[in-house]
Design a protein around this ligand. Structure first.
Ligand code: ATP
Ligand code: MN
Length: 468
């Protein structure tokens, strides 16, 4: 084949030099036509849009042509031409075609017909090649870029917190243990317990459930930081919104109050959604058309409207009024109980019809580090609740007072022996500060309109599933 520098399809579709020689490489989406001329829809992942390759059958070897089936990978030289067909400005009149890789139609699982998302999860290694997952993962990439850009431009530092942790004070019971001890025959102490002093780190360790505590250390020095990394939770909740391995973004800001924390959360999410509308229009249009006709409207709405702020107490009052008016929830609502996703979504979707930030939760249902309010009952927590998702962000102003923090830790019997370093933030130069955690996949769920969190991470980790 003649050597012509490759043009990626997203660029090829923009070229205007009709008559020029062009090379594209990609995977065949479909092939159709008659006995004289065939049309190949070719995709290389650079965009959801395919380029049309026109093949004059008389000019090509029949045996080679037979290999060009859905899923095959080909290398195409040709002439850029104006397209007569609908939906594209340009196409390629093929002059030479090389088949890089065939995809036997008898065996290749992704034929033209629409597959269910459930089926595609079973072939997660190949589902990447569908339009849907191409769109989702280009958007996922864009959201990561938006997040880094947002924080970088506002003077936050990207801070890396460890994935292996020696503290078990947060999320005890839902942590994955990390060990090199033999499970069948672990070293034992004289008393017969597992002897973690013989383990790799000389103590018991787990995968982190959050980078926040280390993030707070950094905020006490760098001022404004954010983390963006994987977190792990062994919670056995098989829901469309929970993964055992997910990515979390956690900004932590010295001197911020809960009000400033709420402003940051709203501004940050709106920025990310606006970024998607600006940078991912083709992919969003596809998802809007295929899955959710209200997707783009919903995204615009979120960027244009302030989130509704109210206290947990007021939220519970609204929910109880709804129950009194005959609304049925699966779980009861009462002051002091944690809100279920159905309650959160009622507030957002039925009552306010916009995102909601709930604040000042009962201290019993929130983490030990949250700033205690004067009332002795509530803490300065804030959860951001979103349509279709429920909780997308959980955050708070932190308790900066050493004595109050220690009192709370003792009240809760939290094992703090390994946490002296965290308490040192409050012993030396303590400062008011606040932060939150955004679940990256929950953001992607919202932005793509997908219904199941397993469809917005390439290779989901959930109970009984760690394939690929
Ligand atoms: P939920 O009540 O929905 O289980 P949570 O209150 O346990 O969430 P946080 O500890 O506040 O979650 O974590 C911060 C954010 O991380 C949440 O707001 C959510 O967006 C995300 N998140 C939490 N757990 C998961 C999970 N298992 N899978 C995916 N995202 C999660
Ligand atoms: Mn939460």
């Amino acid at each position: 084949m003649k050597q012509i520098k490759r043009t990626v399809i997203v660029e090829a579709l923009k070229r205007t030099d009709i008559g020029a020689e062009i090379n594209v490489k990609g995977w065949v989406r479909t092939r159709r036509g008659n006995k004289n001329v065939n049309f190949i829809a070719l995709n290389d992942g650079s965009t959801i849009n395919n380029i049309q390759v026109v093949v004059d059958l008389a000019n090509f070897d029949e045996t080679m042509l037979r290999l060009i089936t859905t899923g095959a990978c080909i290398n195409v030289n040709g002439i850029l031409a104006e397209s007569m067909g609908q939906g594209q400005r340009v196409e390629i009149q093929a002059t030479e075609i090389e088949v890089f890789g065939t995809a036997d139609p008898e065996k290749y699982p992704l034929q033209k017909k629409g597959h269910t998302l459930e089926y595609l999860r079973e072939i997660a290694h190949l589902r990447l090649r569908t339009n849907t997952f191409g769109a989702v993962f280009r958007i996922r990439h864009n959201m990561a870029m938006a997040i880094h850009t947002y924080f970088h431009e506002r003077g936050f530092f990207y801070f890396h917190t460890p994935l292996i942790t020696g503290s078990d004070c947060e999320g005890a019971g839902q942590m994955f243990e990390v060990t090199t001890l033999s499970l069948s025959d672990p070293k034992k102490t004289k008393e017969g317990a597992v002897d973690y002093s013989q383990d790799f780190f000389g103590k018991r360790t787990s995968l982190t459930v959050s980078g926040q505590l280390e993030g707070e250390l950094a905020a006490m020095s760098l001022g404004k930081i954010y983390t963006f990394g994987p977190t792990f939770r062994a919670e056995n909740s098989n829901t469309p919104r929970h993964l055992a391995e997910f990515w979390m973004i956690e900004p932590e800001v010295a001197f911020n109050t809960i009000e400033e924390n709420m402003e940051l959360a709203q501004d940050f999410i709106q920025y990310c959604v606006r970024w998607a509308l600006e940078h991912c229009a083709d992919d969003l249009d596809f998802l809007n058309q295929m899955y959710d006709k209200e997707l783009v409207d919903r995204l615009k709405f979120v960027t244009e409207n302030d989130f509704q702020r109210l206290t947990y107490t007021d939220g519970v009052a609204i929910l109880k009024a709804a129950v009194a008016n005959g609304h049925k929830f699966d779980y009861p609502v009462d002051w002091g109980t944690d809100l279920q996703s159905e309650h959160e979504r009622y507030l957002v979707e039925e009552h306010f019809k916009k995102p909601v930030i709930l604040t000042d939760y009962p201290k019993e249902i929130k983490a030990f580090y949250m700033k205690q309010n004067e009332d002795g009952k509530t803490v300065r927590a804030m959860d951001v609740l979103f349509p279709k998702i429920g909780e997308i962000i959980g955050g708070s102003e932190r308790e900066a007072d050493y004595d109050k923090l220690v009192a709370r830790i003792e009240e809760l019997n939290i094992p703090m022996k390994d946490m002296w370093w965290y308490l040192d933030t409050r012993r030396f130069g303590t400062a008011p500060h606040a932060g939150f955690g955004l679940g990256f996949e929950r953001l992607i769920l919202f932005v793509t309109g997908m219904q199941n969190i397993r469809d917005v991470i390439p290779f989901p980790r959930t109970p009984n599933n760690a394939d690929f």
